[in-house]
Design a protein. Structure first.
Lengths: 115, 109
């Protein structure tokens, strides 16, 4: 079974703090994704990566950065957390044979509150 | 980009009833997934179904790609089926997964 894990289920941070959200997958997947989920807005893609050290912006990259130094790990960084980044953050991974995008598997999510 | 619409937005069922959830998409897609979001927020994969019909226990799904819709059937519903059901389509350009707004299902004992 595919397993995607996230470093924290719940996180509370203060405005202006630098925040790291970590995601690890154990299936040797090439693609990894970060989404946020907000009531009324659904799931929105922040960033994704199709290979180590590669990244591409999703729909709402502002205020975020990412790091992919190893294939199994994809980190989302909030450089200076703000209250409007309070949200549920979901990580996902998928295989990528021939650059086709296959079934995505999600981690348990991190509920981040910025006060 | 493509639009993904789900219906109904909310559904209340008595335990044991059957239901059909619908997902329409506005353009051709590479693939389609159905998820169940549990009360703790995790998205659980139900089906990965570009076309045709698949079954898994009491759940089954059908995608008719040429007509741009997919259906999720839940038979003999149980209280543990409660939660939000999402469909998501992989669009051709870039392979991004586009989510519908979800159907919130509540199964009463």
């Amino acid at each position: 079974d595919v397993k995607v894990t996230q470093s924290s289920r719940y996180l509370v941070k203060r405005t202006g703090e630098k925040v790291f959200l970590e995601c690890v997958q154990d299936m040797d997947h090439e693609n990894m994704f970060w989404y946020r989920q907000d009531p009324g807005l659904g799931l929105r893609l922040i960033y994704f990566s199709y290979d180590v050290k590669m990244k591409e912006k999703g729909d709402i990259p502002e205020g975020y950065s990412v790091s992919r130094e190893k294939k199994e790990r994809f980190s989302l960084i909030l450089e200076s957390a703000s209250t409007n980044q309070t949200s549920m953050y979901l990580c996902a991974s998928s295989s990528n044979p021939g650059r086709a995008y296959h079934e995505q598997y999600f981690g348990p999510g991190t509920r981040l509150t910025v006060t | 980009g493509i639009q993904v619409e789900q219906s109904p937005p909310d559904l209340i069922l008595q335990e044991g009833a059957n239901s059909t959830l619908r997902c329409n998409f506005s353009d051709s897609v590479n693939n389609l997934q159905w998820f169940h979001q549990n009360p703790w927020g995790q998205l659980i994969n139900l089906f990965y179904i570009p076309s045709g019909t698949k079954q898994n226990g009491r759940l089954s799904a059908t995608t008719v790609a040429t007509e741009r819709y997919s259906l999720l059937y839940i038979s003999s519903s149980q209280t543990t089926d409660s939660g939000v059901y999402f469909c998501a389509a992989h669009q051709h350009q870039g392979g991004k997964l586009i989510f519908g707004q979800g159907t919130e299902l509540s199964v009463k004992p």
